[in-house]
Write a protein that binds this ligand. Structure first.
Ligand code: F6R
Length: 609
């Protein structure tokens, strides 16, 4: 986590850094800081809290400069304090911002202490500042000092470095964390992601692992991990500035919930263009997919729940074994690997460390092929995969994932049907039906969004509760899990989800009149079972809040509240039923006055273990 930005220009870079940090705040929002070269000193402003606080302080202190770096932090090493906020400096001569974790920081700290360096913070980053200083003061260029220093670091980093006596140089390096260079006109930039510099330029170079860069106002020099000059392609970013603005919405989460019909249409368009054909997943897919004997899905959080949903589709539509595992668990167990099981990683950001490491581990264990379902182009996980399906959700800024989840489901559904076709399990008629189902999906999702006033009315009741239970069965059980995660994540109400049939095996003991129980109960094969499970809840005084389509024939009664969801849309029903649970969490959080887009203790991009 953490976001970094840097700029070298012929104009004041402080506004560029501040705007960049605001866009990167999704990566962490514990503290923020900038350092600029101002005349004969490096001036630094840091504040605990949001970028806006630091911005105010920078204005008060009249901070300006033509070269600078900035950082927004999600605390790992050391508490949320100003001394731990970046940039970190060494003898007021070197300033560094860092995203990532230096694993050998303790060893380096002891060594640097022995060399006379004093530490002001508890961070791992301060060792980078001192190490660069150590090599720089021995003579040579800043670039070489960064090169020597980084070659001694183990762990993950994206860094930006400036030096007091180098007003014309901004040095950066990348290993394991995202970093790009933005190319301007007489000015250049670095950033964790393109959103940070979009107002200045769209021309970007994505650094590769081990790259080190030297930026001046007029040029960029890069070397690769083997110290060889590196020529990296220049991309023209198609991220729109409007997609990064709130527009008429109060929160990004609200905006992103409402963007789902469009995000889904855009993602479905890719499927319609290619059909359910291997080409949808990349050139090598036509050769890889027919060889498969199974699928192994690895992911975290909401993306893991997308994987759980996919298991139902892949096994029932493609008739092939599929297992789904939490990436952070998988990577530490002696797992059995069948080389012919396709590893599918699901990650909105494409840089979740646990998922990335799980992918590497799966490769080590012998899995021959990997497919990434991802929302961020050129991010680390798809780049480490043989095949990729990019969801077209657009930038997701709210920390709680919404449109990324539903579009991941489209990608996974397309995978299930494509595998089914390859394996001769999906007829031409089935295929036409699935395409038709997809075509109708954005409309059903729009219909679900229209339920907002009713859901808002429910939210007041939830806002005063300490706990909630979510129930679903079959394909809708992962959606119950997702509903519970959304609620706890942004409203801080403790929520759990169970397959409804599991209630009587333990969790029923929790049910009393204070326990709201949300049930996802569309008219599917398990409906009658769900109805029996609901009786069990009602008999213990639990209050039921049921999302049921018209065909389910539920009626309001004492302690049973019902919202009618859109007509059951077959196998895609989990996507439609995600919308109400997202809106419920959003409105409950609003009632409780929590920070919906930036819930406490979390960050959007989880690049630490
Ligand atoms: C919850 C949420 C997280 C992410 C998880 C994985 O709303 O967003 O649980 O799903 O951190 O992130 P990605 O998908 O970026 O790998």
């Amino acid at each position: 986590m953490c976001g970094i930005v840097g700029a070298i220009a012929a104009r004041d870079v402080v506004p560029v850094l501040v705007e960049g940090l605001k866009r990167l705040e999704y990566r962490g929002y514990d503290s923020a800081g900038v350092a600029v070269l101002a005349g004969d000193e490096i001036r630094r402003v840091r504040r605990v809290g949001r970028v806006a606080e630091m911005e105010g302080a920078a204005a008060e202190e009249n901070l300006h400069g033509l070269l600078g770096i900035g950082h927004t932090r999600w605390a790992t090493h050391g508490g949320v304090t100003e001394p731990n906020a970046h940039p970190h400096v060494s003898f007021d001569k070197i300033a560094v911002v860092h995203n990532g974790i230096i694993e050998n920081h303790e060893e380096q700290r002891q060594r640097l202490k022995g060399l006379g360096y004093a530490f002001e913070s508890q961070t791992d980053t301060e060792v980078i500042a001192h190490l660069v200083h150590h090599y720089y003061q021995a003579g040579g260029s800043l670039f070489d000092a960064v090169k020597q220093a980084t070659r001694e670091l183990t762990g993950a980093y994206a860094i930006g470095v400036i030096a007091l006596d180098r007003p014309d140089e901004l040095v950066c390096a990348r290993m394991g964390c995202p970093l790009l260079v933005g190319l301007g006109d007489g000015e250049n930039f670095i950033a964790s992601d393109v959103s940070a510099i979009l107002s200045a330029t769209r021309r970007v170079i994505f650094l590769e692992e081990g790259d080190i860069g030297l930026l001046t106002r007029d040029g960029v020099k890069l070397i690769d991990k083997d110290d060889q000059p590196a020529a990296r392609p220049v991309h023209l970013s198609d991220v729109s500035l409007a997609s990064l603005e709130l527009g008429p919405y109060s929160h990004f989460m609200q905006k992103e919930i409402h963007e789902q019909p469009k995000a889904l249409s855009d993602t479905i368009e890719a499927v319609q263009d290619a059909g359910f054909n291997a080409a949808l997943f990349g050139e090598a897919a036509a050769e890889i997919l027919p060889q498969l004997e199974g699928v192994k899905i690895l992911a975290c959080g909401t993306s893991y729940y997308a994987g759980l949903t996919a298991k139902y589709w892949i096994e029932s539509i493609a008739g092939i074994a599929c297992d789904v595992e939490i990436a952070s668990e998988y990577r530490y167990r002696a797992a059995f690997a069948n080389p012919k099981h396709l590893v599918v990683t699901i990650s909105q950001s494409g840089e979740t460390l646990d998922t990335m490491e799980a992918l590497k581990y799966a490769r080590e264990l012998g899995h021959a092929y990997a497919l990434s379902i991802c929302n961020v182009r050129e991010s680390a996980i798809p780049r480490a995969s043989d095949l990729v399906f990019y969801t077209r959700a657009g930038a997701e800024i709210g920390v709680a994932s919404t449109k990324a989840f539903t579009t991941q489901l489209v990608g996974l559904f397309a995978l299930a049907v494509t595998l089914g076709k390859v394996r001769g399990k999906v007829s031409a008629a089935d295929e036409a039906q699935y395409l038709d189902d997809l075509r109708h999906l954005p409309g059903s999702v729009q219909h679900a969004l229209n339920l907002e006033p009713q859901i808002k009315a429910w939210s007041e009741r939830f806002a005063v509760k300490d706990n909630a239970l979510f129930l679903g069965r079959g394909l809708h059980y992962p959606i119950a899990l997702e509903g519970a995660l959304k609620l706890k994540e942004i409203s801080y109400i403790h929520a759990e989800a169970y397959p409804a049939g599991e209630l009587k095996h333990g969790p029923l003991a929790l049910v009393d009149e204070d326990m709201p129980v949300v049930v996802i109960a569309p008219n599917d094969a398990l409906l009658e079972k769900v109805k029996s499970n609901m009786q069990e809840v009602r008999a213990r005084g639990g209050e039921l809040f049921v999302f049921a389509d018209a065909d389910s024939h539920f009626h309001e009664s004492d302690g049973v509240h019902v919202i009618r969801t859109p007509r059951h849309v077959g196998v895609l029903s989990p996507i439609v039923h995600t919308i109400p649970v997202q809106m419920l969490a959003y409105h409950v959080a609003l009632s409780r006055g929590t920070d919906v887009d930036k819930p406490r203790n979390l960050a959007k991009s989880v690049t630490v273990e």
